[in-house]
Every structure is written in C-alpha cells, then in structure tokens.
Write a protein that binds this ligand. Sequence first.
Ligand SMILES: NC(=O)c1ccc[n+]([C@@H]2O[C@H](COP(=O)([O-])OP(=O)(O)OC[C@H]3O[C@@H](n4cnc5c(N)ncnc54)[C@H](OP(=O)(O)O)[C@@H]3O)[C@@H](O)[C@H]2O)c1
Length: 311
Amino acid sequence: MYTISITPEIQASALILGCMRIDELSATQLDTHLKTALDLGINLFDHADIYGGNGGCEQLFGDWLRANPGMRDQMLIQSKCGIVQDEEGNNTAFNFSYDYILRSVEGSLSRLGVDHLDILLLHRPDALFEPEEVAAAFDALFISGKVRAFGVSNMNSGQMELLRSASNHKLVADQIEFGPMHTGMIDHALRMNTMLPFSEDHDSGTLDYCRLHEIVIQAWSPFQYGVFEGTYIDNPKFPQLNQVLQEVGDKYGLTKNGVVAAWIARHPAKMQLIAGTTNSQRLKEVAKGMDFPLQREDWYRIYTTEGRDLP
Ligand SMILES: NC(=O)c1ccc[n+]([C@@H]2O[C@H](COP(=O)([O-])OP(=O)(O)OC[C@H]3O[C@@H](n4cnc5c(N)ncnc54)[C@H](OP(=O)(O)O)[C@@H]3O)[C@@H](O)[C@H]2O)c1
C-alpha cells in the first residue's frame, strides 16, 4: 500500500481506518478489527470529538490503547473538532474559537489517554471563523506538543487560502466526501464552460487547489450515497454502477469494495481513503484494492455510470 508523506516526520498509510462507527463493535470485535488494520499496514486512525456521541468512540479507542500498552507508538492518531452538537447528535453550531479548539483537543487527549494527536483537523467550516484566532490555537497546540500537524475537513479552496494567510502551519489534509456516488470535485471540471448537468462548481476548484498546495485529500464515506443514506454497494437503487463494479472486479479478482478503493487510489491526487467498515473482511478487500493499478478505461467506465455521461 502506498504511503503519504504528511510531513517529513509523519508517514501515513494511504488507507485510514475511520473510527466513527466503532461503537457498533464489542471490545473483542474492536480488538480484532484494530489488529487486522495494523496487520494490513494501516497506521492512521481517524476520530472526531463527536463520534459515538460526546466522544464515545475516542473513549472506546482509548480503552483499547490502555489495554494494549505500547500500541500507541505504532499508530498515528487524527481527530477533529469544531462541530457543536446537542444531546440528540444534531449539529447546532460550528465553533473555531481559540478556547473551543483547545478545550476540544484536551477532551480528545483525555478520552484517548494519549499525550498528543498526530493530526488535528477542523471538522466543518465555521461561518464566524477568524483565521488569526485559529492560527493562535494551532500555535498553542503545536508549541505545547499536543498536536503535531494540522488540516481541515469539508473546506473549499477559498476557506483554506484564508486560513493559510494567517497561519505558518502547513495544512496537511482536507477531508472531503468522495467516491463513485460523490464525484462533485471531478464533475464540474470535466464540464467546464458548459451548462450540462453536473457542470456546477460547488467547491471552487478544491481538488486542483489541494494538488497545487500538497494538501492530501482524505476521502470520507467512499462507499456511501446521499447524506449517510447507506451504501450503494449491492443496492438495487444503483444497478448500473453495481454492474460495472462487478464486471471490473471479476476481471481483476477484486470485490466491489476493492474496485472502489482502486478507483480512488488511481486518481493522481494520491488521496487517502477513510474506510468506515466495522467488518474486518471488508477492510481486507479495501486494502487489496488500494494496491491495484486500475486501467484508465475502467476508471472512466465507473465514473460514467449513473447518468454522468461525458461531454
Ligand atoms: N470529515 C467528515 O465530515 C466526515 C464525515 C463522515 C465520516 N468521516 C470519516 O470517514 C470515515 C468513513 O465514513 P463511513 O463509515 O460513512 O464510510 P464508508 O466506509 O463509506 O461506509 C461504511 C459503512 O458502509 C457499510 N458498507 C460498506 N460496504 C458495504 C457492503 N459491501 N455491504 C454492506 N455494507 C457496506 C459498512 O458496513 P460494515 O461496517 O458492516 O462493513 C458501514 O456501515 C468515518 O469513520 C469517519 O472517520 C468524516
């Protein structure tokens, strides 16, 4: 599996284990799943202060770390902050204020039982964000050794440019929803200067911006469609996509999940894929796909399903 140079000191696996759903696992299942991930060469684990309701997933991961002393050194841990939720898990605000960011990181460190995060991402843009205030929070966290590197999530090129104007810290990653059913970053670029369906630019050229500034894109929910509506894999709502994934998979000995991984890995932006599966077998299938060099014709066959005809 290819690795991504986040910084010269942080070399991360292309495949990230997403920890948003680990509260669906028993402690024994989580142990097997995390050990499978490590055996596959996955060394980056993605969290957020809100996963599992008020940090529940970080707490479970921390419990596992406490039961497996020494494992922390084999892992890179990434978490996110900035989304404010009510007790039902509804987003009520976004908060990139200095105090909120520092408080959130303290909470993550305490639940995880670690003394630093390897990467901290700002989870979702805050309309009221002051770049200088975020920069000061990044400085404080870096100088105290509590965070080694910083990035963002769901941010467009303009928002990142604004943040970069105030901060000396390189933005190492932008976590964005991307997969065969979330192709917005590619759609508009292929249809520039047309009024065709899928020609609208919803993200201000973020894909090219990230490539130009060496900000790695971390593809979240790559096997989902809609807003957490479920997986499109083997879903009768998406017959064409499933048929093509099956045919390509049969040709190369990959499952549909594996083909999707190969499709994401084939993009020259050299993205990371965040797999949220709680199924260790599926994780192995995804890992196998990350190493597979998909042909250009297969890549476009998958892209052009579900109505995305080329101009
Ligand atoms: N930055 C953000 O705003 C943001 C938002 C959401 C998520 N994330 C990150 O991204 C990670 C991945 O998100 P995700 O879990 O939504 O992504 P995902 O990997 O696309 O979806 C995982 C879910 O799809 C199911 N699934 C996948 N393939 C399947 C198949 N062939 N058949 C049946 N079910 C299948 C999994 O079930 P099984 O568990 O049974 O395999 C699991 O419930 C999260 O853990 C989190 O770290 C970030």
